[in-house]
Design a protein around this ligand. Sequence first.
Ligand code: TYM
Length: 344
Amino acid sequence: QPLVFSGIQPTGNLHLGNYLGAIVRFVAMQETHDCIYCVVDLHAITAQLVQPELKTQIREVTAAFLAAGIDPKKHIVFNQSRVVEHAELAWVFNCVARMGWLNRMTQFKDKAGKDRENVSVGLFAYPNLMSADILVYRATHVPVGEDQKQHVELARDTAAKFNNDFAERIAALGLGVGEAGGFFPQPEPLIQGPATRVMSLRDGTKKMSKSDPSDYSRINLTDDADTIAQKFRKAKTDPEPLPTEVKGLEGRPEADNLVGIYAALSGATPEAILADYGAGQFSRFKQALTDLAVDKLGPVGAEMKRLVADPAYIDAVLKDGGERASLRARKVMDDVKDIVGFLR
Ligand code: TYM
């Protein structure tokens, strides 16, 4: 049975990359799939433990889900820390995944930098918690941006090793599914659309990110129209006009990024966009991009602000989602306990 799971960290500054690379995809998946969308607050404390604004940030990500059009009645929206099974399965996965696997994670290497001795153990074990998020529901499809691909691949390896290490027990208990008879499925990363890697507006070779010190590097979902206009006006570009053909974007990361953003927001192909704006003034394209972004993001940002101002509704959504998620996670975790051999 196909099941979609994905998550977003409540670490502030939800931006256009999160929106186009993830949230818009989440909304699309609900038409065809059963979906679980999670505000991953346990992940949020791995890089920085003390976060005075954590509650507000959890509500903000939830508000973004709802404002973008995720239906919390048909699907499940909740925050991770409510469902203890995430942490429980993560512990088992700490004992399945190998140090060598985690040592290869590029996000860990980036975030830890040179100071490896001083980052939290949680930051290192982070991918195991992410595997648990997905597999505690036995989810099969994981819509994410390009930067999360390696983590979903680790979840696949972890599922495969668990299935293999416990193959006999799984068979004896009759808990295998499919031809291979494994307990966990192989979750598939869904990295789709024209904006799987939105780049910084200040540097087309760097990813747009929540943690970039320059606010001009990103469009935040809650930016007002003037701020959006100013950020696109100041966005870095090279001195050439836009090319008339897509292959002319090669080696021009900033131009390529802005065309990709336009394509994702409008649904038009890069070919069609360049047919309209190629060879013309960059400023004309930037103005059109601004109008489009304000048109698409304005209502989402306004609805987010409205929801966050009165958190009772958001809190009720998370509580209800948490209860429904718990029921499912508990069943899977009970089976995991039987497979591993814990008494319960
Ligand atoms: P996070 O919170 O950093 O980002 C949330 C989602 O946004 C995508 N994204 C981008 N997409 C395109 N361009 C960008 N510049 C950009 N920046 C971020 C991310 O790929 C992601 O899909 N580890 C995850 C959260 C997580 C998770 C999970 C995801 C925890 N458990 C289980 C899926 C399944 C993270 O830190 O995403």
